[in-house]
Structures are given as structure tokens and as C-alpha cells.
Design a protein around this ligand. Structure first.
Ligand SMILES: Nc1ncnc2c1ncn2[C@@H]1O[C@H](COP(=O)(O)OP(=O)(O)OP(=O)(O)O)[C@@H](O)[C@H]1O
Ligand SMILES: Cc1ncc(C[n+]2csc(CCOP(=O)(O)O)c2C)c(N)n1
Ligand SMILES: [Mg+2]
Ligand SMILES: [Mg+2]
Ligand SMILES: [Mg+2]
Length: 341
């Protein structure tokens, strides 16, 4: 094969690239659940634990002119702890590898450590080590571990036709906040922790900016869902439709999202839409395809009372695997893919 005909990463989707990597990876005897879910499950002499990793890259996941060190630390922790929660596990410990350019202010790095502590401290997870290197851009790579507390891991593959599909967390706040920052309509100083439901336009916009800079993941809802008998779960990092598609494929089921179930989310995004001069359809697109809110999407048998934090957003149907909105092919496409989109 000549260089001109060698396929490039940008010619593949993330899933296609992973499908080429997975068969080459060794699985040791301690591998109870290998790659493909939100976290792996590894046997330990006295039990088992979950482990997952996610990286944040400057100008791909954050911009330094928007995100302070503490915002990036908090986000890096949240992105990883949401994957632990999505397995139904309680986070126990993280290690954090940092690539930083030499001209980065030291207080940006200490801020990052504070941001990690802001998220990990309250849930009792320790940051127990890491690594440092230099490089041209800031890269924050986190590995997180979690305790299943004796429960079975919740995978993406157990959803059954007839299950109710439920979601815990915000929808579209991060995407709306990114759009506002990108358009230069707001700056990071406009972030507020105000209730995103506030009618006040600035309050609504500020909540979106905060939702982008520091998404709040419903970490306790993961173990709670596991205790309630969820059949499948994942955290939504790349968009509701895209990640629902992953649950659908892993479980071999169809998933139907009910548009009305997202009406409250869309209302919350209207101030941002108005500021950007776009309408309700654009707000609905953020709710359906926006990434990085790190909420939890889970399937529950229909007789289960949804645990605190979860609300119904749809239902699980017999295969073929795929996602519909109110029974129709979604009008909006997308969700995040690092390569082919
Ligand atoms: N380079 C890699 N080598 C081995 N496994 C990988 C690699 N990259 C991803 N995986 C595995 O592929 C699966 C999907 O990864 P992905 O990063 O999409 O999941 P996620 O972390 O839940 O989502 P996101 O990164 O969007 O937050 C996971 O099980 C992950 O461990
Ligand atoms: C500056 C800037 N531009 C774009 C985005 C949007 N974005 C980047 S990665 C991603 C999906 C989750 O990432 P991963 O799959 O790596 O966990 C999304 C929605 C951003 N956050 N910052
Ligand atoms: Mg995940
Ligand atoms: Mg990942
Ligand atoms: Mg992703």
C-alpha cells in the first residue's frame, strides 16, 4: 500500500477505528469486562473494580481563553466519574497525567488540582497520582477507578424491549454554552450557577455557559440506578441520539426518544437560542445532539419506579438496533465524533 492509498484516521468513525483496535488488544486473566463499555471491570484478589480513562485536549475540549485551570480540572474529573457512575459504581480513586507547555502559568496548574478536588472531594474519591510532561498544548488524561460495592456492573447491552428509557442530568446546556462562547456573545465571566429554568434571559444564558465550563453530572444516580434494577446504562458524552444508538446497538434493540419529554430541557435552552438568533428547533437539536452534559441514560423494566434524578425520555423497542424520535427517523443528525463525524 502506498502512502497515498493508506486509509487515514479521518476517513473512519471512532467506532470503525475502535473495531480495528479491539481485536489486537490482549485480555489478561483478570479482565472480566474488556473494552467497549463506559469502563472495564478487572478482577482483584479480593474482588473487582471498574477502570476508565478520558482525556481533555486544549482547543479540542476546551480553550484556555474560556476555561481556567480549575474548570478544566473539574471537567476532567466529571467526564471520568460519569463513566464510573454509568457502570453503577462508586468512584474511589483517580490518577491524572498532565502535558503542559513551559509558558503555562503555575497557578493554572494548581487551579487544575483545585478543580479536581472540587469534584472528587465531595464524592470521596482520591486523586492518588499521575504524571507530568511538557508539550505544545495542554492535555489532561485521567484514569478513574470505582467500586461496584458487590453489585453486578451495569453494561450498555442489557436493555430489553418494553423497558422504559430514562435520563438523569441536563440536556444541551454544554452545547448551548459552547455556541454562545463561540459566537463571542458571552464570556466565561457570564457563567452563573443560577437555576437554568430561570426566565431571566441572562440567568438562562449564564447557566449554559456554566454547563459548558463545569458540567454537573448526576454521579450518585449511577449506583442508585444499579440498585433499582437498571438493565443498561451509559453516560451521554457525545450526544443523546449518538449515545442512545450505542446502547441500542450493544443491546440489539430499538430506542425511541419522546420529543415531549425534552420540552423542559428545550425551554431552558431558549434564552441561549434567542441570544444566538435561532429558534426552538435549534434548542431541540442541542438537547438531542449536544455532548458533554455527562448525564446518565438508562433503561429500566417498566414496573420499576424510576430512582431519584431520573425522568422518562423514551422507550426500548424490539430490534433492529437504531434510534427514532417519536417513531420517526430523527430530523437532526450528529453528535460528536473526533474523526469522521
Ligand atoms: N485507544 C483505545 N484502546 C482501547 N480501548 C479504547 C481506546 N479508546 C477507547 N477505547 C474503549 O472503547 C470504548 C468506547 O470509548 P469511548 O471513549 O467512546 O467511551 P466513553 O469514554 O464512554 O465516551 P467519551 O469518551 O465520549 O466520554 C470504551 O470501552 C473505551 O475503553
Ligand atoms: C473548544 C471546544 N470545541 C468543541 C467542543 C465540543 N466537544 C469536544 S469533544 C466533545 C465530545 C466529548 O469528548 P470525548 O468523546 O473526547 O469524551 C464535544 C462535544 C468543546 N468541548 N470545546
Ligand atoms: Mg461513557
Ligand atoms: Mg472515552
Ligand atoms: Mg466520545
Amino acid at each position: 500500500m502506498t502512502d497515498a492509498t493508506r486509509p487515514l484516521v479521518r476517513h473512519l468513525t471512532e467506532e470503525e477505528l475502535l473495531a480495528r483496535i479491539f481485536p489486537l488488544l490482549p485480555m489478561g486473566p483478570a479482565t472480566l469486562l474488556g473494552p467497549g463499555d463506559d469502563a472495564a471491570v478487572v478482577a482483584a484478589p479480593d474482588g473487582r473494580f471498574v477502570v476508565t480513562t478520558d482525556v481533555l485536549v486544549e482547543d479540542r475540549h476546551f480553550r484556555r481563553r474560556w476555561s481556567a485551570g480549575d474548570d478544566v480540572g473539574a471537567r476532567a474529573a466529571t467526564a471520568n466519574l460519569a463513566d464510573v457512575a454509568a457502570m453503577g459504581a462508586r468512584p474511589t480513586s483517580l490518577v491524572v497525567s498532565l502535558v503542559v507547555p513551559g509558558d503555562l502559568p503555575v497557578d493554572w496548574v494548581t487551579g487544575l488540582a483545585r478543580g479536581l478536588a472540587d469534584v472528587c472531594g465531595p464524592v470521596g474519591a482520591g486523586v492518588v497520582g499521575g504524571d507530568l510532561s511538557g508539550g505544545d498544548a495542554v492535555v489532561v488524561a485521567v484514569t478513574a477507578h470505582g467500586d461496584l460495592e458487590g453489585r453486578e456492573p451495569v453494561t450498555r447491552s442489557g436493555a430489553r424491549p418494553g423497558d422504559v428509557l430514562a435520563y438523569a442530568g441536563h440536556r444541551g446546556l454544554s452545547a448551548a454554552g459552547l455556541a454562545l462562547l463561540d459566537a463571542g456573545l458571552v464570556g466565561p465571566e457570564d457563567a452563573t450557577s443560577a437555576d437554568p429554568g430561570a426566565d431571566d434571559v441572562s440567568g438562562g444564558v449564564g447557566a449554559c455557559v456554566a454547563g459548558y465550563l463545569r458540567p454537573e453530572a448526576p454521579l450518585a444516580a449511577g449506583p442508585e440506578a444499579a440498585r433499582s434494577g437498571t438493565t443498561a446504562m451509559l453516560d451521554v458524552s457525545d450526544g443523546l441520539l449518538r449515545d442512545a444508538g450505542r446502547l441500542a446497538r450493544a443491546s440489539g434493540v430499538g430506542v425511541d426518544i419522546e420529543r415531549d419529554a425534552l420540552a423542559g430541557d428545550v425551554d431552558r435552552l431558549l434564552p441561549a437560542a434567542r441570544a444566538l438568533g435561532v429558534g426552538r428547533e435549534a434548542a431541540l437539536a442541542w438537547a438531542l445532539t449536544g455532548g458533554e452534559d455527562h448525564g446518565l441514560l438508562a433503561a429500566f423494566p417498566s414496573d420499576v419506579v424510576l430512582p431519584e434524578g431520573f425522568r422518562r425520555v423514551g422507550r426500548v423497542l424490539p430490534g433492529p438496533a437504531g434510534v427514532t424520535v417519536d417513531g420517526q427517523e430523527p430530523a437532526v443528525r450528529g453528535g460528536w465524533d473526533h474523526f469522521a463525524g
